[in-house]
Design a protein around this ligand. Structure first.
Ligand code: PLP
Length: 364
């Protein structure tokens, strides 16, 4: 029998008064408190005799200081004001396929009201199953949908949960320059220390320079690793250069990870935007690397639905528990309708057919 709202109110009040929220998990009961005619006064009333707020006490916490500027916030505001052709915003230049948007509309208007409610925190069973099936084939090993896949609020949150879940004070994280801007503040917020290693142009002699001409200096990269190295963030295909790391380059990075017992955070959100003769190689497939790699993907980039902010991370269960913990205490669960139908329609069989159809205009 469900609790009546009156009873729930009692439970909620007792829980509020005792100051102990831990055993109290019912969101419905919280709603009952706020709907009630008799709001607990102490929570909402202001005290005219109270102290004025001390600005120092309410300043930005130290861990965020120095990170106030964001290129996205600043440029999007400028773009809104000046209305230029905005080439800076990172969304694909092809339309989202019809079957993806239609499926979302069906869920939104469908009869199953439960699809408008919270779903499994680590990802809707259908989507994690579809992702596990897909990446098991691509990685060449079975991936456990329940323990080795996490659905996140965009790849951004997958990066955040991975970094927060692994990096602590004193840990060094190797970041390859130029880099997607959030890597640095995320490492700093976790208390870690970014160690930058630049991609350098091999030739600048006026001949056509390709993204493959931007390379890491093996000595510089080697020097960046030490006992303190917790992780390296590898972005391939690379934003902003478009570089697709070769097997030789990935093997060099993998060897350093193995030598220094470091984690590889593989940001592969552009995994489907690779053009012949390049080949996207997942670093998790290199010998010994599955156990120390978290790979991150994005539905936004895959299906051109960046506004849906749906991403994922996959890797060994022993590492994924750390991400799950951050996620459960931050985002907890991602939007159900987006996961349940539209995206797994995209990922379910025949995935390759759909992906190749989606990208065929670009490939022809
Ligand atoms: C390299 C890279 N990683 C992660 C993201 C974030 O992706 P999402 O929109 O899924 O959060 C982006 C977005 O531009 C990106 O370029």
């Amino acid at each position: 029998m469900p609790l009546s709202s009156k009873k729930m109110l009692g439970v909620a009040r007792r829980t509020l008064i005792s100051g102990n929220w831990a055993p109290f998990h019912s969101h419905t009961a919280i709603v009952a408190v706020f709907n009630s005619q008799t709001q607990p006064r102490s929570l909402f009333s202001s005290n005219p005799q109270g102290k004025t707020m001390d600005p120092k006490k309410f300043a930005l916490p130290a861990r965020y200081q120095g990170q106030e500027k964001s290129v996205w916030v600043e440029y999007i505001q400028l773009a809104l004001e000046t209305k230029p052709l905005n080439l800076g915003q990172g969304f694909p230049d092809y339309a989202c396929p019809d079957y993806v948007t239609k499926a979302l509309a069906e869920v939104a208007q469908g009869e199953n009201v439960l699809l408008q409610q919270y779903t499994r925190g680590f990802g809707h069973p259908r989507l994690v199953t579809a992702l596990a099936r897909l990446y098991s084939q691509l990685i060449g090993r079975p991936i456990d949908s329940q323990k080795e896949v996490l659905v996140t609020s965009g790849a951004y949150e997958a990066l955040f949960s991975t970094i927060q879940g692994h990096v602590g004070p004193g840990d060094e994280v190797v970041i390859i320059e130029p880099f997607f801007d959030c890597y640095e503040p995320m490492v700093l917020t976790a208390g870690g220390k970014p160690v930058f290693v630049p991609l350098r142009p091999k030739k600048m002699d006026g001949a056509l320079v390709s993204s493959a001409d931007w390379v890491l200096d093996p000595e510089e990269l080697t020097a960046a690793f030490s006992e303190k190295t917790k992780a390296i963030i590898l972005n391939t295909p690379h934003n902003p250069l478009g570089k697709v790391f070769s097997r030789k380059e990935l093997t060099f990075i993998a060897d350093l990870c193995l030598r220094w017992d470091a984690l590889c955070i593989a940001d592969e959100v552009y995994e489907w935007l690779v053009y012949s003769p390049n080949e996207h190689i997942r670093i998790a497939t290199l010998p010994g690397m599955w156990d120390r790699t978290i790979t991150i993907g994005s539905a936004g980039k895959t299906f051109s639905v960046t506004g849906w902010k749906t991403g994922w991370a996959y890797g060994p269960a022993s590492l994924m528990v750390n991400l799950q913990l951050v996620h459960q205490n931050c985002v907890y669960t991602c939007p159900t309708p987006i996961q349940v139908k539209s995206l797994n329609m995209g990922f379910e069989i025949p995935f390759y057919y759909k992906i190749s159809k989606l990208f065929s205009p670009l490939l022809s």
